[in-house]
Design a protein around this ligand. Structure first.
Ligand SMILES: [Ca+2]
Length: 72
């Protein structure tokens, strides 16, 4: 019994997606940080600048300075 070609493509596509999910580097798994996870504002700034978007919500007032309440 042979499957239609589109089904084979679908199965291969799903397999590729599963493989990518299994083997993506750990850095790509984005951890959610809060300001309390950082010892200093500089540490928060470093994490903040890894992304072009405030994914952790560290800069609530959107002035480009995350966790301004933390010590420098
Ligand atoms: Ca801010």
């Amino acid at each position: 019994m042979s499957r239609p070609a589109f089904l084979n493509s679908l199965v291969i596509g799903i397999a590729i997606i599963i493989l990518i999910m299994l083997f993506k580097p750990t850095e790509a798994i984005i951890q959610d940080y809060n300001c309390s996870d950082f010892d200093s504002q500089a540490d928060a700034q470093r994490e903040f600048e890894k992304y072009n978007y405030d994914i952790h919500g560290l800069d609530r007032d959107k002035n480009g300075i995350p966790c301004s309440s933390l010590p420098r």
